[in-house]
Ligand binder design. Structure first.
Ligand SMILES: [Zn+2]
Length: 386
């Protein structure tokens, strides 16, 4: 058999480099010998690949570690400040942005409210916000490696927003627009998917294989993590569980159906029911609930009851390890939690709920923006590895 040495060897080297980098990302601090043990690659190969990674500023050496006799090994670390990424959570009435390093540590934040949401105005605000965050980045070998954006809508595989009902946007090619403007890779995804990623990587879902993230804000969206991977479905449109039918003859929904879950269990549903009592915002309601207003606590409990009814369906379908409730309504956790838990206990199949836990987002309102930043980081790594 004739070999094609150059192509094949280059490919093998890339694969091995990616294995070594993965070991450093997952297990640092560690020594070259430990990488060799973990990966099964021989010590000479590991040493040469580690040197390449040191030369490309992705791996750092620090002083000698513990020795088990003989020469003390040099310890390796991932160089988290070799580059930076921008994460954006584009909400219906706000933009939240973060600058993070390659380990996801937050370096700078910026937030502004959105008074209008026509696409041209919002794009201008978005670009301004991204620009401000990019200017905050310290000098680094790779600079800004990418931008990730979570949006409240359905996104196709080219990063175009097909439909964002609460922004009233259709067919906005956001990824293309931002890539042209900034000249670096941009990733766009639904905010619930971004929130699911954020909690899985940095929050309440760390180390948990099967996690359903329920983003409860103006509407309801869900992000599905199965075996630690985001499940996106055939066209990337999975997770629209806000439109689960839960009332057979219920209220009409903007999606064309009736009785959708989000009409009964979202922040909007709460505000609608609180309006006759004279409340206009979630913030006002949270203050009243904290002060012991029983009418408001009762309203939140009843939203929790509906939330639990939808979650019971999700639990029966996916048999997740955890369901994480995130976004704005997670701020009402104190009063929501008992009602959600009681509804799930009453409605979900007993085998399914046995070891399943209901949690609230650990990153609170930053789940989506941290997840969006992670998209940018992981795109950068996948390029290095491929
Ligand atoms: Zn609907």
């Amino acid at each position: 058999m004739k070999l094609k040495p150059t192509g094949d060897l280059a490919l093998i080297k890339k694969i091995n480099t990616s294995i070594v980098l993965e070991a450093v990302l997952k297990h640092a601090p560690l020594s070259r010998a430990q990488i060799s043990e973990l990966t099964g690659l021989n010590k000479a190969t590991v040493s040469s690949l580690v040197q390449d990674l040191i030369d490309s500023h992705l791996v750092l050496e620090i002083g000698p570690g513990q020795s088990s006799g003989g020469r003390k090994p040099v310890i390796l670390l991932f160089n988290g400040t070799a580059g930076y990424a921008v994460g954006i959570d584009l909400g219906v009435n706000y933009i939240r942005g973060l600058l993070v390093d390659l380990e996801g540590n937050v370096i700078a934040e910026h937030q502004r409210s959105l008074k209008k949401h026509d696409a041209a105005f919002t794009l201008g605000q978005l670009e301004e916000c991204i620009g401000l965050l990019m200017n905050e980045a310290p000098e680094s070998p790779y600079g800004i490696v990418g931008i990730g954006v979570g949006v409240p809508g359905i996104v196709d595989d080219k990063g175009a927003i097909l439909f964002a009902p609460n922004l009233k946007w259709r067919e906005v090619p956001l990824q293309k627009q931002l890539e042209e403007r900034f000249g670096i890779p941009v990733t766009i995804d639904n905010e619930a998917n971004a929130g699911a990623q954020g909690e899985q990587k940095y929050g309440a879902g760390r180390g948990i294989p099967n996690q359903i993230y329920v983003s409860v804000g103006i509407g309801i969206g869900t992000g599905i993590i199965l075996n630690k991977e985001l499940y996106k479905g055939g066209s990337g449109f999975s997770g629209e569980l806000g439109h689960l039918s839960i009332e057979y003859d219920g209220k009409p929904c903007s999606c064309g159906n009736r009785g959708c879950w989000e009409l009964y269990a979202s922040e909007n549903a709460l505000l609608e029911r609180a309006a006759p009592l004279g409340f206009e915002s979630l913030e006002e309601l949270l203050l009243a609930a904290s002060a012991g207003d029983e009418r408001v606590r009762g309203l939140i409990r009843s939203i929790g009851d509906y939330l639990g009814a939808g979650i019971a369906n999700i639990v029966n379908v996916f048999n997740p390890n955890v369901v994480i409730i995130g976004n704005r309504m997670s701020r009402a956790a104190e009063w929501l939690e008992p009602a959600v838990q009681a509804a799930v206990d009453r409605r979900a199949l007993p085998y399914h709920r046995e070891r399943m836990r209901i949690l609230f987002a650990e990153l609170q309102e930053q789940s989506a923006v941290r997840g969006a930043a992670y998209y940018a980081i992981s795109k950068f790594f996948s390029k290095i590895k491929s």
